[in-house]
Design a binder for this molecule. Sequence first.
Ligand code: F6R
Length: 242
Amino acid sequence: MRIAVFRDAQQADRIGAEILERIVREKAHPKLGLATGSSPIGIYKELVERIRISPCSYKHVSTYNLDEYVGLSADHPQSYAAYMREHLFQYLDMLPNHIHIPNGAAHSIEAESHRYETLLREAGRLDVQLLGIGLNGHIGFNEPGNHLSSETHIVALTEGTRSANAKNFPSDEQTPRHAITMGVGPIMKADSVLFIAHGEAKSTIIQEAFTGPVTTSCPASLLQLHPNVIVLLDEDAAAGLL
Ligand code: F6R
């Protein structure tokens, strides 16, 4: 695990975007595992800026998102599909059938989990998985517990995760209670993991995840076992490690 600490979040985001773009430029058929939430927004912004300065085609790229809220269709403004369009996809020349996000509004959520898992298996090893971390140590929506699932599954979001996400919804009632998430299998099998976190609020869980025991009570601690993790932190997020 390589941990890089930057004076501010924008410098970390810039390096994150450079790493992703290098994979896109070098690989014939790059497979990118993508994340949502506030943490990767800066990386996406930097990527878009880089493309504006030096055009780069994404026609050969396939993307696989970590998760989606159950009950939200791709055109719901708070869905992760809408987030990806807003922050990244609208600026890229990607082929629509190369974009993969679980369908939170599927008639059968179980069948959708199965479909997404099959898709991930057919895709094989991802070149990179971009990850943020929840305040309780979740990665994707793999919440802490007695066990972790390696496959795509439906998860009941913890109250802590719901309240962290509530800012994006008009009311508590409308904040989703469930999500479909990639399991830890494809994350741990990815060629590389690009982990990003900003801000003091993440410092305690980052210290726990990267210096504490490897345990299902802190899913991000599993990353200690991955052979190729790049951790990009600003000084505030790294406070517990310095
Ligand atoms: C998002 C995801 C989550 C977030 C995590 C942190 O696709 O899978 O694990 O990365 O909840 O969210 P932010 O970045 O909003 O603090």
